[in-house]
Write a protein that binds this ligand. Structure first.
Ligand code: NAD
Length: 353
């Protein structure tokens, strides 16, 4: 049984990780989250009463509070997911991305390093087993040229957006803290996630909710940008495997073998909705092409061979089964997204340490 400090646990992927840890393992979890617009404690109502779960509202850029949290909870591992994560927002306002993704990761690394150093003196076995897992994105690799190319763990970094550049920076910091100070780190780079509790600004939930409301479905450029999609619960399982069984110092790519052009994703969603919520109009008629995002990468695709071979992880959902589950979840959980849309999810804000 481990005591795991999860940062960003009120976000889309962090909340899936925490639900998985509480529902499928014996580990204890402390969730450290600043509750920005992307943090939603209502994604954790299923597990919030567990005795193995604790929440601290705190900003990872605050060194004093991070030190106090390490001191109080004495974690065996850190899973670092807290980040600004939306590419469009990074283009409109990059400052928060630099602050949280780079300065915040640096601050957390330093808090972890001082805690780990102290453990070496007071509890050497616990220090030996300690690990710092940084959760990152395949967008750090830039885009792929040939239709057959795949990102591997050795692909050189070539980030395109302020978001991916800030994540690339944080990956480099994490590796440097391993190389320079010996901090036991693991890094994972994952493709696009989708699934329940996804904030409605992201492509798949945005399209589902716009379609249900009869609004336009905006598709960037010609919609031919290719992304590899992974169901969020498959990602959560992969992350728990890496933090518990991964080899310290290693990087693992995580992907779903589901390369789809954005337009194909939107059309598939329209067809699923047509079946599940029959309407006289065709949802596909709502598709509207809009001006492309600056610096938009054309194609991402992940080679997830290493994690499959070395840790025995495989995605359980295909794109078709995962997308169907996702659409059904949004149909069954209207109050979750309606409270995001009307802002009432932000009503509950707790005190910090
Ligand atoms: P998200 O935006 O849904 O959640 C981010 C969480 O971090 C929120 O709960 C927010 O309140 C919290 N947070 C933000 N700034 C903070 C700060 N300064 N201090 C403390 N907490 C803060 O993001 P997500 O989609 O769940 O992504 C989680 C991680 O996974 C990110 O690091 C992201 O780069 C990475 N990732 C995401 C995807 C994807 O498809 N969503 C794919 C690969 C990797």
């Amino acid at each position: 049984m481990m005591n795991i400090l999860v940062t960003g646990g009120a976000g889309f992927i962090g909340s899936a990780v925490i639900r998985y840890l509480i529902e499928h393992t014996d580990h204890e979890v402390v969730n450290v989250d600043a509750l920005t617009y992307a943090g939603n404690l209502e994604s954790l109502t299923a597990i919030e009463d567990s005795e193995r779960y604790a929440f601290e509202q705190a900003d990872i850029t605050d060194a004093g509070i991070m030190a106090a949290i390490f001191d109080r909870y004495q974690p065996d591992a850190v899973m670092h997911l807290a980040a600004e994560s939306h590419v469009d927002r990074s283009i409109d306002g990059p400052a928060a991305f630099i602050q949280t993704n780079i300065v915040g990761t640096y601050t957390l690394l330093e808090a972890a390093r001082h805690y780990w150093k102290a453990l070496q003196a007071s509890a050497p076995e616990k220090a030996d087993a300690f690990r710092f897992h940084h959760i990152s994105t395949d967008e750090v690799y830039g885009d792929l040229e040939g239709p057959e190319d795949l990102f591997t763990e050795e692909t050189p970094y070539a980030p395109s957006s302020p978001y991916s550049a800030s994540k690339a920076s944080s990956d480099h910091l994490v590796r440097a803290w391993h190389r320079t100070y010996g901090l036991p780190v693991l890094v994972t780079n994952c493709s696009n996630n989708y699934g329940p509790y996804h904030f409605p600004e992201k492509l798949i939930p945005l399209m589902i909710l716009n379609a249900l409301a009869g609004k336009a479905l905006p598709v960037y450029g010609d919609g031919q940008q290719v992304r590899d999609w992974l169901y969020v619960e498959d990602h959560a399982r992969a992350l728990v495997k890496v933090v518990t069984e991964g080899v310290v110092g290693e990087t693992y790519n995580i992907g779903g073998h589901n390369e789809k052009a954005n337009l194909e994703v939107v059309e598939t969603l329209c067809d699923l909705l047509q079946e599940l919520v029959p309407a006289e109009r065709s949802y596909r008629d709502l598709i509207t092409f809009v001006q492309d995002r600056p610096g938009h990468d054309l194609r991402y695709a992940i080679d997830a061979d290493k994690i499959e071979r070395e840790l025995g992880w495989r995605p359980e959902e295909t794109f078709e089964t995962g997308l169907r589950k996702t659409v059904q979840w949004y149909l069954d959980n209207r109050s979750w997204w309606q409270r995001v849309q009307d802002g009432s999810y932000q009503g509950e804000r707790l005190g910090s340490l």
